[in-house]
Design a protein around this ligand. Structure first.
Ligand SMILES: Nc1ncnc2c1ncn2[C@@H]1O[C@H](COP(=O)(O)OP(=O)(O)OP(=O)(O)O)[C@@H](O)[C@H]1O
Length: 179
């Protein structure tokens, strides 16, 4: 099982993922694109020129998608914390995760609250969430959706768990592949 959380920066994906690890009945791994980004020497990477940096980041994200697939193929249950802020990312995930059971969860949050969180965190580029806001949910299809403007991370995790018990067999990823 792969529970795939998609939402803007500061929408609360990581917080929900950590709660899911506590409330789910089996032992999931939380695989996060942020964790992958922290594995490289960030200060040296920032010295790359723009085309090199874009190529580097694309390889990292493609590697992340394949690592998720590899963990699931080895029999592990996984919570993925990622964002479809470029169309190729969703397309790549649809291809790479084919044959695996993916439940796609949209993590929503009001723009006002996103901007408040972004400012409070201080370690995120101001305006990043607003830029992603118009893009990450553009494919418009989920198995389940949560709103972190009105629910706590624990409430979202509990709602996702409850959904898993009644989820229809046809997944959003199956429908998106047919498009
Ligand atoms: N449901 C919530 N209600 C209120 N605050 C929240 C909620 N979920 C997360 N937050 C707060 O918002 C901030 C961002 O949360 P989190 O790191 O989980 O988001 P994220 O989507 O993983 O962000 P990023 O992609 O930038 O890493 C944190 O300060 C967190 O405490």
């Amino acid at each position: 099982m792969i529970i795939f959380l998609n939402g803007t920066s500061s929408s609360g994906k990581s917080s929900i993922a950590e709660e899911l690890l506590q409330v789910l009945d089996t032992w999931y791994f939380h695989l996060s694109i942020d964790a992958f980004a922290s594995m490289c020497p960030g200060d040296r990477v920032m010295e790359l020129d723009e085309p090199e940096l874009n190529a580097f980041l694309r390889r990292m994200r493609a590697g992340f998608h394949r690592s998720v697939a590899a963990m699931a193929q080895a029999g592990n249950d996984v919570v993925v914390d990622h964002l479809f802020s470029e169309p190729w990312r969703l397309q790549d995930c649809l291809e790479v995760l084919e044959g695996l059971d993916v439940v796609l969860v949209g993590v929503h949050c009001s723009l006002e609250e996103l901007e408040r969180r972004e400012q409070a965190r201080g370690d995120r580029t101001p305006g990043m969430a607003a830029k992603q806001f118009q893009v990450v949910h553009q494919h418009g299809l989920y198995d389940f959706e949560v709103d972190t403007s009105t629910s706590s991370p624990r409430e979202c995790a509990e709602a996702i768990k409850e959904f898993l018990g009644r989820a229809p067999a046809l997944r959003a990823f199956d429908e998106l592949r047919l498009r």
